[in-house]
Design a protein around this ligand. Structure first.
Ligand code: COA
Length: 159
């Protein structure tokens, strides 16, 4: 419960900690659905010698087999070491070079500076912003969401 059970980790996601039962009964089925069915995309757990640090995902877009959404969620004690960027780079390489994706994107709240910094370190380009409608809006919701992305062509052109 060092991830969804930590309110700081969930600050820009739910704004509150999730209980274990809620993760198992409600969130895991959603993760499983979003991961797709062919096994080439989905969720990866990350570990260091000290143990589990968090997960990364590359989830297929239901309507476009060439498109996938990148995500990451790390334990608070694993922040500030470069792990999120390192793991996400490995997923970009997998997605573009092994799976044959032609576009990867990521989204977050505009106010989630740490997540945006990961996207920028990865070389993802800002694509769009929008303001959503939420039943329980989180602080900063009025600044909207942002999406960043990278095409296969841009991936190949990286220095
Ligand atoms: C978003 C999240 C994964 C970012 O984690 P992070 O540790 O800041 O990101 P990185 O792994 O890229 O690490 C970069 C930091 O490590 C530092 N660092 C230390 N050693 C490093 C190394 N060898 N290589 C690279 N960076 C290193 C960098 O200087 C940077 O620190 P700074 O932000 O103080 O400048 C993390 O904040 C998180 O899990 N948040 C909660 C979940 C969430 O919001 N997910 C996104 C929802 S869309």
């Amino acid at each position: 419960m060092a991830l969804d059970g930590d309110v700081e980790v969930m600050r820009y996601l739910t704004g509150r900690a999730r209980a274990r039962a809620e993760v198992l009964e409600e969130w895991l089925p959603v993760m499983s659905r979003d991961a797709g069915t062919d096994g080439s995309l989905g969720y990866w757990a990350g570990r260091t010698v000290a143990g589990f640090v968090g997960w990364w995902c590359l989830n297929p877009a239901p309507e476009d087999p060439g498109d996938a959404e990148l995500g990451y969620r790390l334990r608070r004690d694993a922040w500030g070491h470069g792990y999120a960027t390192e793991g996400a780079l490995a997923l970009l390489a997998h997605g573009f070079e092994n799976v044959g994706l032609d576009h990867v994107w990521a989204q977050t709240m505009a106010v989630n500076r740490a997540s945006r910094a990961v996207m920028e370190r990865l070389g993802l380009e800002f694509e769009r912003t929008w303001v959503g409608e939420w039943n329980e809006p989180l602080p900063g919701w009025e600044q909207g969401e942002v999406a960043y992305g990278l095409t296969l062509q841009e991936w190949r052109a990286r220095p």
